[in-house]
Design a protein around this ligand. Structure first.
Ligand SMILES: Cc1ncc(COP(=O)(O)OP(=O)(O)O)c(N)n1
Ligand SMILES: Cc1ncsc1CCOP(=O)(O)O
Ligand SMILES: [Mg+2]
Length: 219
């Protein structure tokens, strides 16, 4: 089967990809943080509300509407993590799933037809399987470095394995996990088209500077 990328997908949207949910920000306001990150130049946003989130399904949907509208107004891709039904209900631009989530073949079947699909991969074998699934638009590889934001993450995979994955992947790869100003250039040098991050935005006193550092490398 020929690859059928979503009309919405452009590799550039992966350059500075902010991922966040209420579990990442304590008592702070997610729409306000998202607005600041957009003003700084992020190229996509993933709504990943899970784990320690205190929201119920209805609250998660209501917050999703607000975040989606902010992204739509700013013409930033709005992607939902894990939950295809929520992504469909929010009319999201994309959905991102991992190896332990709903099977990718089911996600492909259930996602709205024009939705982008991102898949997490940590191995060469998973990347080869992703190559066979013609609706996968991009791969999220990670954690590349050690992360405090995902308690159930597998061990960091490092730059060499990421580069091996880049070399065999049919789709662009965005790096995730433990990304900060000190390691951005190494990700680019090893073939990632962009960086996805939580801490880089949520634990900085200068969101503008932190995002600009990403764009300086990947744009
Ligand atoms: C861009 C991007 N890459 C990887 C992930 C991780 O997805 P997954 O392995 O399903 O883990 P959770 O995020 O669901 O905890 C991601 N979310 N985004
Ligand atoms: C969702 C996810 N998937 C792999 S690592 C990770 C968390 C990334 O967060 P941080 O940028 O704070 O390391
Ligand atoms: Mg997941």
């Amino acid at each position: 089967m020929p690859r059928v990328p979503s009309m919405k997908f452009k590799s550039e949207m992966l350059q500075a990809y902010f991922v966040c949910g209420t579990q990442d920000i304590g008592d702070r306001d997610l729409p306000a943080i998202l607005n600041e990150a957009i003003a700084a130049g992020i190229t996509a946003f993933q709504y990943r509300d899970k784990g320690e989130s205190k929201l119920n399904d209805e609250q998660r949907y209501q917050l999703g509407v607000i975040l989606r509208d902010i992204c739509n107004n700013a013409q930033i891709s709005f992607i939902v993590d894990d939950d295809v039904d929520l992504a469909n209900k929010l009319n999201a631009d994309g959905v991102h799933v991992g190896q332990k989530d709903e099977r990718i073949t089911k996600v492909v079947r259930d996602a709205n037809p024009d939705m982008m699909i991102g898949l997490s991969c940590q191995t060469i074998e998973q990347t080869e399987i992703a190559n066979e699934i013609d609706r996968v638009d991009y791969i999220g590889a990670g954690p590349i470095f050690s992360t405090n934001s995902k308690p159930d993450a597998v061990a960091p995979m490092g730059l060499e394995l990421m580069e091996d994955m880049v070399n065999i992947s049919d789709v662009p790869i965005v790096a995730i996990g433990g990304i900060d100003n000190t390691n951005l250039q190494s990700l680019k040098n090893n073939g990632a088209v962009g960086a996805a991050f939580i801490t880089l935005v949520t634990q900085t006193d200068d969101i503008n500077r932190s995002v600009k550092n990403v764009l300086d490398v990947f744009k």
